[in-house]
Design a protein. Structure first.
Length: 435
């Protein structure tokens, strides 16, 4: 018996033939039981249909557990609240990659290994020049991340554990450098080389905000908030971008290409692009007086407008990341002495929406993106960089999920099937005979 098999079964009856099919039921360490349908087609000639994957488990994973009803998020058994308040992003990265929190020696070595890979090949600087300066930073990130596979040929063999490890370290280290370079490129400022005497978050802030002309001192409150934001975005189970990374990786594509695919998937406003969209929405709403009008639009099925930063496929109670971020947001605004009217507007929007039966009935609560935009703006990031920061942090989760999948002995290419609704077979019509 494997670690997930049970003696329980699930029986389906074919109403046409009366035949019964017994399917095995698997159980993980947490979460609902899973009906194993892997042999369903072979034994019954039927596919299952679940286009948005609302009831489909695509893999086994030991990394992250979410209980959406209770608002629980855990990495390797540790609650996100504990990790965000007691750990560092590098420790969480180690935890996701290797399964346990590091001891002191492991932590020092891991930080050294990541630091060692923060520089990018000098030729990459020229690669940036191919982009327009007004390109969206996520467009640049998709390109340069995919481009890394053309630079690091010595770590592309996914079946060599040592090369996998080096690629994982390179990705986690270099994505921060690439993100900062992307920001600098769009501003027209010189790239800042990484500084390995700084922590991961400090170094990122330095590469992003320092200029060669003057000294730059990292504000510890900002560094701590940055680290927390990275922790909160590090992994989130089998969401769209992570599933994209896994699907790309299942074809044995190299890890840099897989992470580029993840970045592309994250970009959309239903996923990572929501943090940018929240701020744009708050600016559009403009003042508290306009909130009722926008709430009505969000409820109107004929209007494409949605309340950005509200709702989640899995969380139907609250998003635990949003609670942590809300507190961090207060701390940063307080420290910087910023009185951002957008925060007040956001609070009022949240209050009114949470009293509105439309949002209450559908269990639509503020998600992580509702607050991250406000805090990132206060820290000095332009709106167009918000999703890049999400991608930077999520690279840890993508790489860990990719590594877990490649290390699975039964790895097979992912290949969903479909419910075909097009024309049935028909004879070819020559051009002259077509009406
Ligand atoms: N504003 C207005 N109505 C909404 C919203 C919203 N933000 N979200 C969901 N609904 C309605 C939706 O119209 C549907 O109503 P009905 O049952 O009457 O048809 C109901 O709530 C259920 O929504 P759904 O579209 O079936 O939910 P989903 O699981 O397919 O979509 C979502 C989840 C996150 C894409 C969606 O809630 C949304 O578009 N939210 C805004 C974008 C956003 O904030 N995304 C960030 C997600 S958190 C970060 C991350 O993990 O990427």
């Amino acid at each position: 018996m494997s670690d997930t098999e049970t003696n329980k079964t699930f029986t389906l009856t074919n109403d046409e033939t009366g035949e019964k099919y017994t399917l095995p039921v698997l159980e993980g360490s947490e979460g609902p039981p899973v009906v194993d349908i892997r042999k369903l087609y072979a034994e019954t000639g039927h596919f299952t249909f679940d286009p948005s994957f609302t009831a489909t488990g695509s893999c086994k994973s030991r990394l992250t557990f979410i209980d959406g009803e209770k608002g629980i998020l855990m990495h390797r058994g540790y609650s996100i609240e504990d990790l965000a308040s007691k750990s560092s992003f590098m420790e969480v990265a180690y935890l996701l990659l290797y399964g346990d929190l590091p001891n002191k020696a492991q932590k020092d070595k891991f930080e050294h290994d990541i630091t060692y890979h923060t520089m990018v090949h000098e030729q990459i600087n020229f690669f940036y020049r191919g982009f327009r300066r007004d390109a969206h930073p996520m467009a640049i990130m998709c390109g340069v991340m995919g481009g890394l596979s053309a630079f690091y040929h010595d770590s592309l063999d996914i079946y060599d554990p040592e090369q996998r490890e080096i690629s994982a370290h390179r990705l986690i280290a270099k994505v921060a450098t690439l993100a900062a370079m992307t920001h600098k490129y769009t501003l027209g400022q010189p790239f800042m080389y990484p500084r390995n005497d700084l922590s991961f978050a400090e170094n990122f802030l330095y590469m992003t905000f320092a200029v060669p002309a003057e000294p730059y001192k990292v504000n510890p409150v900002l560094a701590s908030a940055m680290d927390k934001i990275f922790i909160l975005h590090a992994d989130h189970e089998q969401n769209a971008s992570t599933s994209t990374v896994r699907l790309a990786g299942s074809s044995q594509a190299n890890p840099f290409a897989c992470i580029a695919a993840g970045i592309a998937s994250l970009w959309g406003p239903s996923h990572g692009g929501a943090n940018q969209a929240v701020l744009e929405m708050l600016d559009e709403i403009g003042s508290k007086d306009n909130i009722p009008e926008y709430l009505e639009r969000a409820k109107d099925k004929d209007d494409p407008f949605r309340l950005m930063g509200f709702g989640h496929r899995v969380y139907k109670n609250f998003d635990p990341r949003a609670n942590v971020l809300k507190k961090a947001c207060d701390e940063v605004l307080d420290d910087l002495g910023i009185d951002d009217p957008r925060l007040e507007l956001a609070m009022e929007l949240e209050r009114i929406a949470l009293e509105d039966p439309y949002f209450v009935d559908r269990k639509l609560f503020p998600n992580v993106d509702f607050y991250s935009g406000i805090i990132l703006k206060a820290m000095g990031f332009p709106t167009s960089m918000f999703t890049v920061l999400f991608a930077l942090a999520r690279t840890v989760g993508w790489v860990s999920q990719w590594k877990e999948m490649i290390e699975e002995p039964a790895l097979r290419i992912g290949r969903p099937r479909q419910l075909y609704t097009g024309p049935k077979s028909r004879p070819y019509v020559d051009l002259d005979d077509r009406k």
